[in-house]
Design a protein around this ligand. Structure first.
Ligand SMILES: *[C@@H]1O[C@H](CO)[C@@H](O)[C@H](O)[C@H]1NC(C)=O
Ligand SMILES: *[C@@H]1O[C@H](CO)[C@@H](O)[C@H](O)[C@H]1NC(C)=O
Ligand SMILES: *[C@@H]1O[C@H](CO)[C@@H](O)[C@H](O)[C@H]1NC(C)=O
Ligand SMILES: [Zn+2]
Length: 629
């Protein structure tokens, strides 16, 4: 369809052909026969003869077409393409992309946002939209709502595990990963992320620890300090602080181990900033193995990063760099490479309930996805791209009921288009102001400054209420100011959120082509995604699992066999059955306790103590004191 085709013009279709009477329409709905079909019984014999002949001809045609098609395939009718469900026999590459926390509604929201912002027609869709092939069901072994660790273990090992597990199974044993098995089979391997490289998704491909919070230990595994030795050839992302000894500024390690030094001693080249990244010349000058840690923790949200392009590379640039480097490094090999590329912070925008940050994250992911497609199209080595999410975050709704009265069917992308920064960024700036100049300013001055600098300039919002500004100044100890910014913008855009955590929604699966990833067409368990990755590269994950289980780093008692995976979980932690209802339903309770499954937002919002969100996000607008006029 061309851009100018009016999508809403009703095309004539057989469903609405004039021959179909209302009675037939009813019959279709109710399953009852219509009078018209009975009155026609006399013509039935000849109709059946006609149908039979037609069926014969059609069958013959299908057979002929199938033979021609097969022939076309086997003679390489189009280079680099295989019959549906088949794969190339020789050298091949596998690119796996993870859009952490991106649910189907993130796509609806981002698509509309982009159309609004760029004045595009309604059939102008994302690159991802054109490659949608199925959906993934995301539950873990311990919850209907997974976290990223269990979610990524499903991809890395092809097995369900408990929330918090980093490629460790509910029986507390390690499971071999696609990346490790690819390495063992002679492939080169890479990881590219926008969060800490020690965060759950990349960790699951390159380490085995009992709990995702053991990030110091994950960093050690990632440079090869664990039973299998070095497995990753290319690392690009954030999280430098977990690699620096605690005596160094910019460290977040609990000990004085120098993991950068350790990596160098194992042969890694190391870069830690934009200049170092630029010297890689988009991959053509990269020395593998490469440890590239371009941010102390997370790389900023794309909505903020675009103003700091001279400090941090984009996901697309990192993806292009990694593909080029791995492709060059495998040029003379009979094996290609495996790489995992994550749009890590779509999830963080979801946790923060920040729709403006999220649409920019999804668009950045879409650009990285397009860059991978372009690489695959150009490259002489065949390969596939599979992309999915580990879970949905935020319970995002492209709708919001602001009042008790029945809502209008509206949401306003223009509100998101007006925002120039994330809530996270604005919060940091607000704290800066309140701790310094703002500290001694009068209440009126403070309000005026916040209105102008943060709400008008930062969010493009010109109708902020004093009550909202006061809430920013004094959000209370349960709620960070970032959540107040995010709520101010979400309400005006009429975007809804059910939670600051994850949800159990099915997530989309995308691929370079459905033919190449036939196993994942339709609705699947997330572990089938991991199983496909292993199958595409003909990997034996069981072999790696046996190796990990047989390797004992020290002569330990059986109970300490896996001491290298970090502190064991407490015995009472249930990892292989769903939690049961505890009667927790009170919306306003601030006393409900965090559970062990809630590590993700706590790690991210380090500054904030544990938050119980219900009291905040479930308030209606009326409770906030905004009545529309
Ligand atoms: C740094 O790590 C060492 C152990 O490696 C520890 O003894 C020391 O207390 C740590 N220092 C800080 C400030 O955390
Ligand atoms: C793909 O090929 C086109 C045309 O030759 C070129 O412009 C583009 O830079 C190539 N892209 C990649 C990722 O190699
Ligand atoms: C966006 O910002 C402009 C000023 O730059 C303002 O006039 C307009 O009302 C804002 N739009 C929305 C939807 O808030
Ligand atoms: Zn996640």
């Amino acid at each position: 369809m061309s851009r100018n085709d009016p999508l809403l013009v009703q095309r004539p279709s057989s469903d609405h052909s004039p021959e179909r009477s209302d009675a037939e329409e009813d019959a279709l709905l109710t399953g009852e026969r219509t009078r018209r079909s009975e009155s026609r019984r006399g013509a039935t014999f000849w109709r059946e003869v006609g149908l039979f002949s037609w069926a014969l001809i059609a069958t013959a045609a299908v057979i002929v077409l199938a033979v021609v098609y097969q022939h076309g395939q086997s003679t390489g009718r189009r280079e680099g393409r295989w019959a549906p469900g088949e794969k190339p026999e020789g050298k091949r590459n596998l690119v796996f992309m993870v859009s952490d926390g991106m649910g189907p509604t993130s796509l609806s929201m981002t698509r509309s946002f982009r159309q609004f912002q760029k004045d595009l027609p309604i059939d102008d869709i994302l690159v991802l939209d054109k490659h949608h092939i199925g959906q993934s069901r995301t539950r873990s072994s311990s919850s209907l709502i997974t976290d990223s660790a269990a979610g990524a273990t499903a991809f890395s090992c092809g097995k369900k595990s408990y929330n918090g597990a980093i490629s460790v199974l509910p029986d507390h044993s390690p499971c071999g990963t696609v990346l490790e098995a690819a390495k063992a089979a002679g492939y080169m391997t890479g990881l590219v992320v926008t969060t800490r490289i020690t965060d759950a998704t990349p960790a699951c491909f390159s380490s085995h620890v009992n709990m995702r919070s053991y990030e110091d230990l994950i960093a050690e595994h990632q440079v090869g300090e664990y039973p299998l030795g070095r497995q990753v050839d290319l690392i690009l992302g954030g999280g430098r602080c977990h690699f620096l000894p605690n005596s160094t500024s910019g460290s977040c390690r609990g000990d004085d181990k120098d993991i950068v030094q350790l990596a160098k001693s194992k042969g890694f080249s190391y870069i830690d900033n934009r200049d170092g990244f630029d010297e890689l010349k988009l991959g053509s000058a990269a020395q593998l193995p490469l440890l590239g840690l371009v941010a102390e923790k997370d790389i900023p949200f794309e909505i903020d990063r675009r103003f700091e392009n001279d400090v941090y590379p984009s996901l697309e640039e990192m993806a292009r760099t990694a593909l080029k480097a791995l492709s060059d490094a495998t040029r003379n090999s009979d094996k290609g490479f495996f790489i995992m590329i994550e749009g890590s912070r779509i999830d963080h925008a979801g946790h923060g309930n920040d729709p403006a940050a999220q649409v920019h994250e999804v668009l950045a992911y879409d650009r990285a996805f397009a860059a991978v497609l372009e690489f695959l199209e150009n490259d002489s080595t065949p390969g596939v791209l599979v992309s999915t999410s580990d879970h949905e975050t935020g319970g995002l709704a492209a709708a919001r009921q602001l009042h008790e009265s029945y809502p209008d069917y509206k949401w306003f992308p223009g509100v998101l288009a007006n925002a120039s920064h994330s809530s996270e960024h604005l919060e940091a700036k607000l704290h800066d102001y309140l701790d310094n100049e703002g500290n001694s300013a009068s209440a009126d001055k403070k309000r005026a400054y916040i209105r102008r600098e943060f709400l008008e300039k930062g969010l493009g919002i010109f109708d902020a209420q004093d009550s909202e500004i006061d809430r920013l100044i004094n959000p209370g100890d349960q709620v960070p100011a970032a959540y107040v910014f995010a709520d101010i913008i979400s309400r005006r855009a009429q975007i809804g959120w059910a939670t600051h955590g994850h949800s159990a929604a099915d997530v989309n699966i995308y691929a370079s082509s459905p033919h190449d990833v036939l196993d994942l067409v339709g609705n699947h368990e997330n572990i089938e995604v991991g199983q496909f990755l292993a199958k595409y590269l003909d990997l034996d994950l069981g072999e790696i699992t046996r190796k990990l289980r047989d390797t004992e780093t020290k002569p330990h008692a059986a109970s300490e066999r896996y001491a290298w995976m970090g502190e064991p979980l407490a015995d009472e932690v249930v990892v292989d059955e769903l939690d049961t209802y505890h009667g927790d339903f009170k919306k306003r309770s601030l006393e409900s306790k965090p559970s062990h499954e809630d590590a993700e937002p706590r790690l991210r919002l380090e500054r904030h103590s544990w938050l119980t969100f219900d009291s905040f996000s479930q308030m209606t607008d009326d409770e906030f004191g905004h009545h529309p006029t």
